[in-house]
Design a protein around this ligand. Structure first.
Ligand code: NAP
Length: 262
């Protein structure tokens, strides 16, 4: 029987491509997100083009009860891809609490819960893989993106620590840190006006996904896709923190932030 992979946030962007890449490798898939039409369409495409089993499960990952139902429906998987996530651009204290809670639910609580559930089975069977999609935004402070930045920082350290805990059990945990990638993420985060000033410079979500799957399959603990992002991260690491604070505040401040206040 084919190994089973569960991919959260597979209805668009990086998750859609991660699902297709896993299907090409012969995994049977479980696609998870809220938009049923998108999931249905992708499941049909995967079954037709890649001749592998593909089911989908509609789930709002910000609701704990729905995450528990997902686990009950699919008690075991060989590969878990924690990809679902979204950002919020603006002043932290002005964001509705319900939306902040939702962000932490989708970006932190649900991936941690899914890893907590699926890991024991993987260890018992003597093999398994988890890919956590974090972000380069989790590496250093980013104003007006505080909850997202904090959530991704948590996921980076959680993921790397967990990887070191379980790597003797033939279970690999890998953390993918994408840079600015061309997906719906920017629109949903409320950063469209800001990023529309950029000329080019967006990564291709398929290339990001291919890199992520390769890193996971190689047993790497973390990876930043693309030379441009790797160089940027290197520069961020050598820059004194005070200098970073100055530059990132300038970079992230945009008139659309203040327009939202009126
Ligand atoms: N794009 C970038 O520049 C970038 C950079 C670094 C990291 N990332 C990370 O990459 C991951 C994928 O994002 P993307 O860029 O591919 O953006 P995207 O196209 O907006 O995809 C986000 C996915 O998450 C799912 N999702 C959001 N809220 C959900 C909820 N409450 N319940 C279930 N699923 C939910 C969405 O599905 P539904 O709406 O159908 O539920 C969608 O499939 C995220 O973790 C993001 O933080 C992105």
């Amino acid at each position: 029987m084919n190994k089973r992979a569960l991919v959260t946030g597979s209805s668009s962007g990086i998750g859609k491509h991660l699902s297709e890449e896993l299907a090409k490798k012969g995994y049977a898939l479980i696609l998870v997100a809220r938009r049923e039409e998108n999931l249905k369409e992708l499941a049909e495409k995967i079954r037709h083009e890649f001749h592998t089993a593909c089911e989908y499960y509609v789930c709002d990952l910000s609701h704990e009860a729905e995450v528990e139902s997902l686990i009950k429906t699919y008690p075991d998987v060989d590969v878990l891809i924690n990809n679902a996530g979204f950002g919020m651009y603006g002043f932290f204290h002005e964001m509705p609490w319900s939306r902040t809670r939702e962000l932490i639910g989708v970006n932190v609580l649900s991936p941690v819960r899914l890893a907590h559930h699926y890991l024991p089975g993987m260890i018992k069977r003597g093999g398994g893989k988890i890919l956590n999609v974090a972000s380069v935004a989790g590496m250093r402070a980013t104003p007006y993106f505080s909850s997202y930045c904090g959530a991704k920082a948590f996921m980076i350290q959680f993921s790397k620590s967990l990887a070191l805990e379980v790597n003797d059990e033939n279970v690999h945990v890998c953390c993918l840190l994408p840079g600015t990638t061309a997906t719906e993420f920017w629109q949903i985060s409320g950063m469209q006006e800001k990023v529309s000033q950029r000329i080019g410079g967006f990564d291709d979500p398929r290339e990001t996904a291919v890199f992520g799957i390769n890193q996971m399959e190689k047993g790497m603990i973390s990876g930043v896709p693309g030379l441009k992002n790797k160089v940027k991260e290197l520069m961020k690491n050598i820059l004194p923190e005070q200098m970073w604070f100055y530059l990132i505040k300038r970079h992230m401040t945009h008139p659309s932030l203040f327009a939202k206040r009126k």
